[in-house]
Design a protein around this ligand. Sequence first.
Ligand code: NCD
Ligand code: ZN
Length: 448
Amino acid sequence: MKAGNHNLEPNCDLVGGRVVDPSLKLDAIRTVVIRRGRIAALLDRAPAESDAACERVDCAGMVLCPGFIDPHVHLREPGDSHKETIASGLAAAAAGGFTAVAAMPNTRPALDTPERVTAFLRDARAAGGVRCYAIGAVTQGRNGCQLAPLLGMASAGAVAFSDDGATTTSLRALYNAARYAAAIPQAFLSHCHDPSFDDAVMHEGEVSDRLGLPGAPALAEAAVAAREVLVARATRKRWHICHVSTAMTVDVLRWARSIGVDVSAEVTPHHLLCTDEALEGFAAGMRVNPPLRPATDRDALKRAVAEGTITIFASDHAPHARHEKEGPVSCACPGFSGLETAVGATFAALPDVPLTAMVANFSAHPARLLGVPGGSLAPGAPADITGLFLNRPWVVDPSAFRSRGKVTPFAGWTFTVQPALTVVGGHVLMYAGAPHSRGVANTVRGMP
Ligand code: NCD
Ligand code: ZN
């Protein structure tokens, strides 16, 4: 059984929400009856009252979905708790509408041994709230060439493997890793960036030429993605391409499918909404890996989601302290705080994608990638639920983030879709935008 951090088994009725569950082909007003932390029933009428031991939550005006799972976050512990702690990262996830996250192993030290995976999962359970899964490193210290003990990490609970932050440079190491892990289901999650472009601070193109900054072209990503597809084909291992940022990589994904290699892929909100023009004026805060690309790439990513070539949303929540995002572009740390804006930003980027596809890309598809529970509100499933207001404009205010990372490309932007409710194992962690703890009354009514 994979990590879950809840022992208590709460009872709760979510009343009046519109339940949208693609796995059940359901889109209707339902009362979600939660007993002992699991979905007990979806009733088409509300019970007149809920029993005393049961919290009754007014969900009128909300869409209720299978809990959103972010398969790509950086929680910075151990090693960089000034950027984020596991607790502050999980609080940010709850505020952002996520019921589970998977943490990348580029901590210090890296999550590259069973002992480190075990310690990380123990700390995440102690932090409580949102479910937190661990991704183990492919290579020791993420050095790109010496295999980490993959089977031991899998036994310790690692749900996938990745050297994220860098490409696994040695083809031989990657190939051997995939063969070594052939018998276990954990997928490989690839950050695709050719290391010969390691001096790049942004996308190579008109803007980088004008600024005189070293850049990485689309090819630096797509060529590695093509290599990963070939390794997946050679080893029959399950593969996933992280934060796809270019049209050329989308072409690689289409080619993979055409030759029968089932490689999944994720896209971030910033690659769907921002372009390399954000770095005009040497805006160090806008540095991120992979870099923001021109509008043609951004638009290709939107089409790739619309046509189902990219089926997973990920925030790539990569928080840094403010001073680490300032100064010369060449010195700024790459990455943004993403958990608290991901839902609003992703919906804003893709207004024409059907709601059911949006929900599946946030829930069932990442659950399948990671092999973790979720993606369905069928009776018996863990009661992990994300509630949304589909039409409640709100302005991004980074000073209000629960994350320690306050730098986002979306400061001051207005989004229309707002996370409204986060329920994990029947525990209401966030309600109508505020952290929620069970009060004296057993009834929660009315929106602020
Ligand atoms: C990530 C981080 O800060 O951990 N940064 C980022 O820009 N996405 C690592 C990485 O993927 O490079
Ligand atoms: Zn990455």
